[in-house]
Design a protein around this ligand. Sequence first.
Ligand code: C2E
Ligand code: MG
Ligand code: MG
Length: 716
Amino acid sequence: MRNLRHFLLMVIIPLLLAAVGVSALTIDLVSRLSTGANIEDHRRTAEVVNAAILATQNELSNAVSDNANWDDGAIQVYKPEIDHEYVNLTWGETSAMGVLYDLIFVVTSDGKLLSGFIGGEQVDLDPHGFLGGRLMSLLSALPQNATEAKSAAAVVETPRGIVAFSVGNFVPTSSDTVLDSPGPRYLVLGRFLDAGFLAELGNRYVVDKLALTPARSEGFVALENSFGDYMGTLTWQDRRPGDLTRAAIILPATAMLALLAAVMTAIALICWQQFQLIAKRERQAQYDASHDALTGLPNRVALIRGTSAALSNAGNTVAVLFIDLDGFKDVNDTYDHATGDALIRAVAAGFAVLLPEGAQLGRIGGDEFLILITGPTAEAEAVSAAGCILEFLAQPFDLEGRIAMVGASIGMAHAIGGTVEAGELMRRADVAMYDAKARHKNRLEIYTPAMDGERNGQTVILDELRGFIDNGLIEVAYQPIIDAATLKICAVEALARWPKAAARHVGPDKFIAIAESSGLINRLGMQILDKACSDAASWGDLRVAINISPIQLRDPEFAARVLEVVSSHGINPSRIEFEVTEGTLIEQPDRIAPIFEKLQRAGFSIALDDFGSGYSSIAYLRQLPFNRIKIDRSITSELLISESARSMIQATGLIAHGLHAQVTAEGVEAEEEIQMLRLAGCSELQGYFFGKPQSSAAVTSMIEAAAAPEREALNG
Ligand code: C2E
Ligand code: MG
Ligand code: MG
C-alpha cells in the first residue's frame, strides 16, 4: 500500500501531469491556430466586403463618366424638353436589366428630376428626397457647367431600399458641340443593394451568402450614410478556414496524443515493474536481515526487537527460553553439515509445533534457539514449553536413515515490562542456559541472580585453569580398583585434581566442565594421561583407567596422540583403559564405534563410565565395542535398600556377559555390598570402602602392601 502511494506520487502523477499538460497544450495550440485563422479570415472578408461596396460605387462613377461625357447624350439632356423616350432607350432599358445599374435619373442643378427610371419603370419623384437628402450636397460639389466633367458617389437609404449611387455632370466630348439650355444637367446612376445584387457581388468577391440585414450584427460591416446614420449590416457566411485546419490537424494530433499516451503507459508500466522489483528486493532484504536463512525463523535481531517491544509494555510479563542443543556438534562432525542442517530444520519444525499460543520462536545461533512468551501466565507457559521440548528431543531424529540424538540445555528468564532491557533479559536466559549445561545438560534452569556470580566465578576458574595447564600444575589422584574375587588392587583410576597449593579448591566436576566448554579439555586430557603413564611406569602391570571427554574423541588424531604419549613412557597400551561417559556415547554409536575399534586395535581397552545414570539403551550398547561397564555409584549406593537397583545391577551383569564385557561397580562404601556385587557378576569393585583417590606414592605403597602375605587371609 505504501509502495503504491510512493509509486503514484513519484511516477504516475508526474507522468499524468506531463501527459495532460502536453495534451492541453496541443489542444490549445490547435484551437488557437484555428480560431486565429477564422478571425483573420473574417477580418479579411470584412475588408473585401468594404472594398466591394467601394468598387460598386467606383463602377457607378465610371458608368456615370462614360454615359455623361458623350456628345449625343449631352445634346439630348440639354434640350429644353427632355425626351423621355430617348432616356428610356439609352438608360431606362439598361436599368431594367439590372446589370450595371437599376436606377437612372437625369436632374438639374437644383435637384429637379427631368427623367427617371427605376428597374426600367419610369418614375416621377423628388430625387433629393428619394436619395435620403444626399443629392444636393453632392451636386453642390460638382461643376456647375458642361465643360469640366466630375462625379461623386454615396450609399443612401431610399424608400425602396439601400442604394449606392453616383452622380456626374453631362459634358459633351467635342468642344464645338452646341447645347440648348445653359443650366447644367446631371446623370444619376444607382444600384440597389438588394439580395440579387449582393448575391452577385458575393460571387464576384468570393463571399458566401452576402446579405444585408436591418439588425446590427457585431463583427460584420455596418453601412452608414454620410450623416452617420445606421442603415443596415452586410453579413456573410464565414469560410472558417481555421475549422478546416483544425479538422486537418485533429487526426494527426489525436494520433500523436494517443502515441504519447501509449509511450507514457509503457513508461509507467516499466517504472511499475522496476518499482515492484525494487520493492520486492527491499522486502527480501528486510526479511533476510531479520530471518535465519536455514529455518526461515526470526533471527537474533528480530528477536531482540520482539523482546524490546514486549518489554516496552509496562506491566507485561515476558518470559524468554534460551535453548542450546546438546550434542549438535557431534552430529555435524559425525555425519556432514547437510545432516546437521536437516537436524536444525527438524528441531525448528518440532519446536514450532510445541509453542504456546502467541509465542515467538527464533534461531539466534548455530544450535541456539530462543522462545519469547508474553502474557500473565508467560512464566508457567515457558516452563511447560521447556518440558515439552526436552520430551520432544528425547526421541532420536531419523534424518533420511541417519539417526541423530540431541538434547537441550534450556535457560529461562522472565521479567515485568519496563523493568529490564531486552538485551539483559536475553543475557539472563543465556546465563541460566549455561547453568543447565554445567549441571549435566538436558534440563531447564530458571535464572537467579546467584547464577551471575557463578558465571563470573567460572570465568575466574577458566583463567586459573588455563594457567595451571600452561604450567603443568594439574595434579592426578588415583583411586584403587579391586579385584572382586581376590580383593587385591588390580587397577587405579586416574582422577584430575585442582592443585592443592592453589588458594581455593575447585572440584573436578566443575573444572572438567569448564575445560570442556572452553576447549582446554584436549590439553588437560593429554597432561593427565602423560602424568598417569609417568606414575604407572613403576607399578608393574597395574591397569590405569583414564577418563576421557567425548570432546576429545572429536579429534581424528586422538588415537595416534594417546598412543604416542603412552609409548613415550614405555607403557603397554593394554595397561590403559579409557573411560567414557555412557550418556554421550549412545547419541552417536555410528561415529564412536570406529574410534573405539581403532583404540582397541592399538591395544587399549574401553569402559563405559557411569552406566545407569543416564540413557542406558541396550540397542545402542550393542552397536558399540567396549570392554567394560562401570555401574554408576548412584546405583551401587541403593543396592542395600532398593530392589530395583539390585535388578538393575543383575541385568547389567547379564548384558555385559552377553557382550563379553567386564563389570565394575563404582561407589562401593560398605562391606555388605561386596558379596552382592560379586553375585551380580561384578568382577571389579571401586569405592571409598577400598580407598579414596590418593597420591601416586600412596598407590605405590598400596601395591607393595597387597603383595604382603597377610592380605592373603582376607581372600575368600
Ligand atoms: P568418574 O570417572 O565416575 O570418577 C569417579 C568419581 O567417583 C570420582 O569423583 C571419585 O572420587 C568418586 N568416588 C569413587 N568412589 C566413591 C565412593 O565410594 N563414594 C563417593 N561418594 N564417591 C566415590 P571425582 O574425582 O570427583 O571425579 C568426578 C568426575 O570427574 C569423574 O567421574 C570423571 O567423570 C571426571 N573426571 C575426573 N578426572 C578426569 C579426567 O582426568 N578427565 C576427564 N575427562 N574427566 C575426569
Ligand atoms: Mg571414571
Ligand atoms: Mg564413574
